[in-house]
Write a protein that binds this ligand. Structure first.
Ligand SMILES: [Zn+2]
Ligand SMILES: [Zn+2]
Length: 356
């Protein structure tokens, strides 16, 4: 694990998820500073990262706020859960308010109360575009009452979508309605209807080999771009197919967010081969019984899920207040099972590079 703390620019090794502290006091769009070229001949690699806005279970502490996480991909911000005080955490850690979609994993208050204030602030900012809120069964009832709390009117449309396990369609992009990825809800084990979310990127083109292109007589320029897109090009009346110059198509990245849950097979399945698994770890091993009673996980159980799913990296979050200052014990217990584990803290951004 390596930290990348350089202000404004991040250099990543391709084989690992970079972890850095989000610079504080940088409101709004800082995304572009973190975009880096994937390779000299590839289109820019879409930036993909998660920023932890709240990492405490059940209630805030001095060090940690309650649950919320911003997933940023290529300038698009998706917010998952919205605990009390989330809007202030967004300001502190530079997460854009120009978001269109907020996804809820379940409706315990520590994941929900922040939406009441956030919609007011969006209204004060003069927002006119509709906002879409997604959540499991019961979302319409709970979220309708949350956003109508108080006497002030929300001056923009709010659409509430109840999500069943399976693909969550968007309204932009192509096909799935999402641009370059699918979002898949999966059932978790945390009382009725709780769900987690998996962001699964589309496949991307194979690796372009400039030496092979040159050897085939294709001059550098727009024709290289065509080859990379898998098209056959014409050079001096000869047809030159992309195969042989461009490798096999490569898988995109996968990020899986559990929300609150017991360790469960559905998470293992959803997280299979994921680049990043964000799993709750409310308790340590000494409270394994309490974890069962309250439908939560221990750090070790989260690590067992990560191991079974063969993910590349595990981040623990949703920690009991007891671990607010130091979560070393949780990390130690998890690492004994799954070494590629880190624990989240508020403001932590984890970048997700391609594995190849
Ligand atoms: Zn919770
Ligand atoms: Zn809960």
């Amino acid at each position: 694990m390596k930290s990348y703390g350089l202000a404004g620019r991040v250099v990543m090794r391709n084989s690992e998820c970079g972890v850095r502290n989000r610079p504080r006091g940088v409101p709004g769009a800082i995304h572009s500073a973190f975009r880096i070229p994937h390779s000299a001949f590839s289109i820019f690699a879409p930036m993909l990262s998660v920023t932890f806005l709240g990492t405490s279970a059940a209630r805030p502490t001095v060090e940690r706020n309650v649950s919320a996480l911003a997933l940023e991909r290529e300038g698009e911000t998706l917010l998952f859960d919205c605990g009390e005080g989330t809007q202030r955490q967004m300001m502190r850690y530079g997460v854009s308010f120009a978001l269109t979609e907020i996804f809820f994993t379940h409706f315990h208050a520590d994941h929900l109360l922040g939406i009441v204030g956030l919609v007011r602030t969006l209204g004060l900012q003069g927002r006119a575009e509709p906002l879409r809120l997604y959540g499991p069964r019961g979302a319409k009832r709970v979220l309708t009452s949350a956003i109508s709390l108080g006497s002030d009117r929300v001056p923009f449309g709010v659409e509430i979508v109840e999500v069943e396990p399976g693909e969550v369609p968007g309204v932009g992009g192509q096909g799935s309605g999402r641009d370059g990825y699918k979002l898949i809800a999966f059932p978790t084990d945390h009382g009725p209807n709780a769900i987690g979310y998996a962001l699964v990127e589309d496949e991307r083109p194979g690796r372009f080999d400039p030496e092979k292109a040159k050897a085939a007589g294709v001059p550098e320029g727009p024709l290289w771009g065509k080859l990379q897109r898998g098209e056959t090009v014409m050079v001096d009346g000869r047809e030159i197919p992309a195969a042989g110059i461009v490798g096999e198509r490569r898988r995109g990245r996968k990020v899986v967010l559990t929300g609150d849950t017991r360790p469960c097979a559905a998470t293992v399945e959803a997280a299979s081969g994921a680049d990043l698994l964000v799993h709750e770890a409310t308790f340590g091993e000494d409270e394994v019984e309490r974890a069962k009673e309250t439908n939560h996980s221990t750090a070790r159980e989260a690590a067992q899920v990560a191991l079974a799913a063969r993910v590349r990296k595990l981040v623990l979050t949703h920690l009991s207040a007891r671990y607010s200052i130091s979560a070393e014990e949780l990390v130690k217990e998890a690492k004994e099972v799954f070494p590629e584990t880190v624990v989240a803290r508020d403001g932590l951004t984890v970048e997700v590079p391609y594995s190849e």
